[in-house]
Write a protein that binds this ligand. Structure first.
Ligand code: C2E
Ligand code: MG
Ligand code: MG
Length: 770
């Protein structure tokens, strides 16, 4: 950089000034000296003239002109001109030109005689002086100038080296710092260069350190950004002093289409609450967490904030976490928890909640409400015949039809397989409900076409009315359910309002359930009866089936028909099975030491509920070990229908049961739509032909054909077959001809007590039956 006041310019200026001053001084000095010399010479000449005047004045006075002239010839050599003019004497010698003139009056005593004028030459003196003066001054001047020049060159050189150094420093790039090479060995420059290099070294180290730090920082920033992106969050800050919001890594911009953070903040539906919390945190030092939603968009954020003191400045810092997915999942979970995934209708749980609310409103408005329990009549058949996919599609279509038949303010729910519940709001009386029921019936009457299948379905319904029949959810549901069962009982395809008679039956039902529960706790009310099974080939009683009976204190001797369905509905059947299993196994244990009974196999009926319990296998193992029975003598009867419900699970379970040595019988065979393909995979031992086919075997050709087929199947699959419900000799003979090996039925014996069984076996003679 060039500067007027650079040191070099100052030195240049200073040197020229000094030179001028010095020369001027010499010149002025010379002039002063010269003038002094002139004055001295003039004084000297005047002095000389005065002395000469005193000599020549008397000579002139007294007329000695000759002597005067003689005297005037002896004048100082510097006096080149002289003129004396008196009244008596005149004398002139020399030329005046280029001479300094001095005029003096010529006195003798006090009498002025005339005038004396002389001219003298001062050049000699001057020459002499100036020669000497200039000689000295020149030597001195040359010396000073040389010295000055040397110093000037030296300083100039050093200064320009300093300038070059400055230029080099100026060119230094902090990214590529190199050491400055030494420009000069001069002490100061050397020192400065050394110090600068030292400084450069430090700057370089500092720069490299900073660079790695910045790199790390950048990496951390990137990582933080990525982490925040993954965590779907960004940080924010609020400056309490200047009321300013700031967001870092605001990556929602693109996603949500906002220009900036402020625009985003303004789009939040609950922003006032957020701003309030922020301001509060500015005042009170606290933390907060709130949930915010972007207006008109399905985006949710959990916002956390906290007061932060930074160098005595207060601000609020926090995070915005995108919890849209979480909320959506929650909503989905809530939806799944409250809806039937197949039809999208609300489920039982949600229906109950909504019904609760509706009841309150209806009560307040003094209105009525009807609860309709609907069950499709032939759904099981459709499902079994056309498959589950078509069954599902049918349910969806039915749900649509039901929805179309009710009002918007009504509720519709699917609460199980083919069961729907409608809540009809704001009704005045039964006829209002009947109107809607007719509409539903008409709607469902038109066939539904699914994959070229024409499906026709009817329904049975039960209706209860609030507040006429009941004033709470549970009772309304219970009554509608019972009424629906009554519709089924009365031949399906109808609806029935709950009535006093039915209510009484329900009471009875609950009473019976209670009694059954009590009976299960006791040991003597529920007893096992045994029905013998006769082996046609060996002509002996080969085994028995344990069948439960209830010795009711008031109602008398009850068969399972009376209570097994109720037990199933009230979830008590599994307890009954536990009871029978333990009692049966105990009995088997007892028979092991009885010569008449120790060869019998004992078959125990197991319900679907029991079979599907997780610990069923464990329970069997436990009982066998506990009572140390021969498992080969134990037979488990499960129905064909249960077997086909979940074939692979059944196969797994049955394999485990069989591995214990226990035998397996498929009960009520022929009623359960078995697939032969599956049947061959199921590990069972005995196939029990259902009594519905056996009963009419002689009259019904179809039953005969079916029975023949079942016997064939059992032979192909190499299983033992048993015919149930054999009531007479003719049937026995026919079955025997068909190749049935074991017979169970009233013809041989009804189910009997243990005591009677023993007697029966002791006195048993096959010949008595043929
Ligand atoms: P199931 O297992 O098919 O039992 C055969 C049923 O047929 C028995 O009825 C039996 O008395 C009846 N029966 C046998 N031979 C004849 C006959 O020649 N004519 C007629 N009309 N009926 C005959 P029960 O004892 O009333 O049992 C009915 C059903 O109750 C049983 O059918 C079984 O499914 C169930 N059950 C009985 N005891 C138990 C039990 O301890 N546990 C479970 N889970 N269910 C049981
Ligand atoms: Mg059975
Ligand atoms: Mg049976």
């Amino acid at each position: 950089m060039k500067n007027k006041f650079s040191l070099l310019n100052i030195i240049n200026f200073f040197s020229i000034t000094l030179l001028i001053v010095f020369i001027s001084y010499v010149f002025i000095d010379f002039k002063v000296i010269f003038k002094s010399l002139e004055d001295i010479q003039k004084a000297k000449i005047e002095e000389y003239l005065k002395a000469k005047s005193s000599i020549i004045a008397p000579l002139i006075k007294y007329g000695f002109n000759g002597l005067t002239k003689e005297e005037l010839k002896k004048l100082d050599e510097n006096i080149k001109y002289i003129k004396i003019k008196t009244s008596t004497f005149t004398y002139e010698k020399g030329l005046k030109k280029n001479l300094k003139i001095i005029k003096l009056p010529l006195y003798y005593s006090n009498e002025k005689l005339g005038e004396i004028e002389i001219g003298y030459n001062d050049s000699g003196l001057l020459k002499k002086f100036s020669n000497k003066y200039f000689q000295k001054v020149t030597i001195y001047l040359i010396f000073v100038l040389v010295l000055f020049f040397v110093v000037y060159i030296f300083l100039r050189n050093k200064l320009s080296n300093l300038n070059r150094l400055a230029q080099k420093i100026e060119k230094i790039n902090y990214r590529k710092i190199k050491q400055i090479e030494l420009l000069d060995n001069y002490y100061e420059i050397k020192n400065i260069t050394k110090s600068i290099n030292h400084l450069l070294n430090q700057i370089n180290n500092f720069y490299l350190h900073q660079k790695t730090l910045i790199k790390k920082l950048f990496l951390f920033k990137k990582q933080l950004e990525t982490a925040q992106k993954i965590a779907k969050m960004f940080t924010w800050e609020y400056n309490c002093e200047n009321d300013e919001f700031l967001a870092q890594n605001f990556h929602m911009k693109k996603k949500l289409g906002f220009k900036n953070f402020d625009e985003f903040l303004n789009s939040l539906n609950n922003k006032e609450r957020f701003f309030h919390e922020v301001k509060k945190a500015c005042k009170e030092n606290n933390e907060f967490e709130i949930l915010l939603k972007v207006e008109n968009k399905e985006f949710y954020f959990r916002v956390q904030g906290k007061t932060n003191l930074k160098q005595n400045k207060k601000n609020v810092i926090g995070v915005f976490i995108d919890i849209t997915d979480e909320i959506k999942k929650q909503e989905q979970i809530k939806y799944l928890a409250y809806h039937d995934p197949l039809t999208g209708l609300i489920n039982r749980m949600y229906l109950k909640e909504q019904l609760e609310l509706l009841l309150n409103i209806t009560k307040r408005n003094n209105k009525k409400l009807a609860l309709v329990f609907i069950d499709l009549d032939n759904f099981k058949f459709i499902n079994d015949t056309f498959g589950h996919d078509i069954g599902d599609s049918l349910l969806v279509e039915v749900s649509k039809k039901l929805q179309n038949s009710i009002r918007r303010s009504d509720l519709i729910s699917r609460i199980g397989g083919d069961e729907f519940i409608l809540v009809l709001n704001n009704i005045k009386n039964k006829s209002d409900v009947e109107e809607i029921m007719k509409k539903i019936k008409n709607g469902l009457q038109t066939p539904i076409y699914i994959l070229n299948h024409k499906l026709e379905t009817t329904f049975s319904a039960g209706i209860s009315i609030f507040p006429d029949d009941a004033d709470d959810t549970e009772d309304l549901l219970k009554f509608a359910d019972i009424a629906m069962y009554e519709s089924k009982k009365q031949g399906k395809n109808r609806y029935i309002f709950i009535n006093e008679e039915l209510k009484k039956e329900i009471k009875k039902y609950y009473l019976l359930v209670d009694e059954l529960k009590n009976a299960l706790k006791k040991d003597h009310e529920l007893i096992l009866y045994f029905q013998p099974k006769i082996d046609i080939n060996s002509k002996k009683v080969s085994g028995v089936e344990a069948l439960i009976r209830w010795q009711h204190p008031q109602r008398g001797f009850l068969t399972p028909n009376y209570f097994i369905d109720i037990a199933e509905k009230a979830n008590l059947v599994s307890l009954i099975d536990d009871y029978v299993l333990e009692k049966g196994i105990k009995t088997l244990k007892k028979w092991q030491n009885d010569n008449y009974l120790n060869n019998l196999t004992l078959a125990i009926n197991i319900s679907a509920n029991k079979f599907n319990e997780n610990n069923f296998i464990e329970q069997l193992k436990y009982l066998i070990n506990q009572y140390k029975i021969n498992p080969e003598k134990l037979q488990i009867e499960i129905t064909e229908t249960l077997c086909m419900q979940n074939v692979y699970h059944t196969i797994k379970m049955l394999n485990e049961i069989k591995s214990m040595g226990i035998k397996i019988a498929l009960d009520d065979f022929g009623t359960g739509y078995s697939s032969l393909n599956y049947l061959k995979k199921i590990p069972f031992d005995v196939l029990k032909i259902d009594q519905t086919f056996v009963k009419d075997l002689l009259e019904d050709k179809d039953d005969l054909t079916i029975t023949k087929m079942i016997v064939e199947i059992s032979k192909i699959l190499n299983k033992i077959n048993v015919a149930e419900g054999v009531e007479n000799e003719n049937i026995l003979n026919l079955l025997s001809d068909l190749g049935v090996s074991i017979i169970q039925g009233y013809y041989f014996s009804k189910p009997v007590s243990e005591e009677e069984l023993k007697k029966y076996i002791i006195s048993f003679d096959y010949k008595n039956y043929i």
